[in-house]
Design a protein around this ligand. Structure first.
Ligand code: MN
Length: 498
């Protein structure tokens, strides 16, 4: 993954009314801005400056070229001067890339003593960007508007957030989700419309029989598995029982073989995410545990029980979070602590939590699993890092997808849990455990989600906007009464919309 490989076309608008000198200054300023953006690590992707847009023909051509460019993940527009917006309609009409309207101006300060009408005509984005924004609003275009001085850190952070969301969207349009087996029997919330997922999100969600996997598993060489176990021991604590030949080490070797099997299939299909189902493991010795955990650590999305929506959302979040401090994992709400003043939710899964969220060095352990009827699986055990984090889920409401975000505060686990051999996270959801529970359930949220302490809500809000997905935010300002109304209004807005 190289975020600099995603490019964003920077289209600066003007018109031919002002003469060559003004246009020369416009393109000079735009060049300085693009160069500074490209040198700033807050801006994770590449900004490609286009020639100043001054005619309807050029504008349309710039959008068509951006559409056709394989690495173009989005377009940033800014009107240095006035640029009549009817010139932009045909270009905007063909645009298929996410759009960010940057509302800024080149100079920070008004030059009080020297300001004249030439200066006013050159530096009139306060005026030109209003005309530009009007046509976006008139055309009902999904877009992000970022306003402020272009050197400001917060403005650049917002551009970076949007770029990362757009990079994840772009990646989604070439991503395959490998489903090993189907969804868990009788479960509603992990189901979904795979055709609509591809229409909306570009995700190619397809299935592979577990028999294909078993066949690959049988071909994995002992030597390669041993090599992977040696790699595990660099990052994870391997208990003494697994360090020498014997049944325990064999269990870890089996997980390494499962990982190599999955990795081989994912690489051959150029997949970004995968799912497993404990009900369908014919030919595999164990439920993939450590294997899924280590694959997530390497950027793959994962969903348990066939949950392909969260699997691909985990992968999308990993693209957005690439290079940022913090981690991204598949997660499940498990059990509550209702002690007054210490209310919290304990999240985990049977096995499959990504070690990128670990606060301590993960330990490999082998324990029985109550369900699935397979051998005791090896897994990584750790506590999640304390600090602000998010739970995000994607559900299918039948006529549309809805994303639900809950802002949470992960807390240190003070108590030993010697009989709970799984990776876990303990958190306090905003605005409170009970209100968050009420709102998540009113919105129809699943028990499965993406957990991240690398990203804030605005990444997912931008991602939802550019994908045309409904987005519900449960933060400290949310409350169940208002949310119920919001859900009703959204029902009216999204009904029949594509
Ligand atoms: Mn589950």
């Amino acid at each position: 993954m190289n975020l600099k490989g995603f490019e964003f076309r920077f289209i600066v608008g003007s018109q031919d009314l002002y003469g060559d000198e003004t246009l020369r200054k416009v393109s000079e300023h735009a060049k300085i801005m693009a160069d500074e953006f490209n040198a700033d690590p807050t801006i994770p992707c590449t900004v490609v400056l286009e020639p100043t847009a001054i005619t309807p023909q050029t504008i349309r051509r710039l959008f068509e070229e951006a559409n056709a460019a394989e690495n173009c993940a989005g377009i940033i527009t800014w009107m240095h001067t006035f640029s009549p917006s009817k010139m932009w309609i045909n270009g905007l009409n063909v645009n298929r890339k996410p759009l960010l309207h940057l509302h800024t101006q080149y100079n920070r300060d008004i030059p009080w003593s020297s300001i004249d009408m030439d200066f006013m005509n050159l530096n009139q984005s306060a005026h030109g960007d209003r005309e530009h924004g009007h046509i976006h609003a008139r055309m009902r275009l999904p877009r992000k508007v970022v306003a402020g001085f272009w050197k400001d850190g917060e403005l650049r952070r917002k551009i970076g957030v949007w770029m990362r969301a757009a990079a994840a969207r772009h990646e989604g349009h070439s991503s395959v989700v490998v489903r090993i087996g189907d969804n868990m029997r009788e479960v509603a919330v992990t189901e979904g419309d795979k055709v609509e997922a591809q229409v909306k999100l570009g995700w190619q969600v397809n299935t592979w029989g577990v028999g294909d996997l078993a066949e690959r598993y049988a071909q994995i060489k002992e030597h390669d598995a041993e090599h992977l176990v040696a790699e595990y021991s660099h990052h994870y604590d391997l208990p003494p029982s697994c360090q020498n030949p014997g049944p325990s080490r064999n269990t870890v070797i089996e997980q390494a073989k499962i990982e190599l099997t999955l990795r081989g299939l994912l690489e051959s299909e150029k997949a970004g995410a995968f799912t497993t189902t404990f009900q369908d493991l014919h030919g595999l010795p164990q439920l993939p545990g450590l294997a899924c955990q280590n694959l997530m650590q390497h950027g793959y999305g994962f969903g348990a029980e066939g949950d392909w929506k969260q699997a691909m959302l985990v992968h999308s979040a990993k693209v957005m979070a690439h290079g940022l401090p913090g981690g991204v994992s598949f997660m499940e709400d498990y059990t509550y602590h209702f002690e007054p003043g210490k209310e919290a939710s304990l999240g985990s899964h049977m096995l499959e939590i990504c070690p990128s969220i670990a606060s301590t060095r993960p330990k490999i352990e082998i324990h029985p699993l109550g369900i699935g009827g397979k051998a005791d699986p090896a897994r990584l055990i750790f506590d999640a890092r304390p600090g602000p984090a998010l739970l995000v889920t994607l559900i299918d409401l039948g006529d549309r997808f809805r994303m639900i975000i809950n802002e949470i505060e992960t807390i240190k686990i003070e108590n030993e849990m010697p009989k709970l051999p799984v990776a876990r996270a303990l958190w306090k959801p905003a605005p409170s455990l009970s209100s968050a529970g009420e709102m998540w359930i009113l919105a129809g949220g699943t028990h499965h989600s993406v957990y991240t302490d690398a990203l804030t809500s605005d990444y997912f809000i931008d991602w939802a906007e550019m994908n045309g997905i409904e987005c519900i935010l449960i933060d400290n300002d949310a409350n169940p009464v208002k949310l119920k109304d919001e859900l009703r209004w959204n029902e009216a807005y999204w009904s029949g919309r594509r």
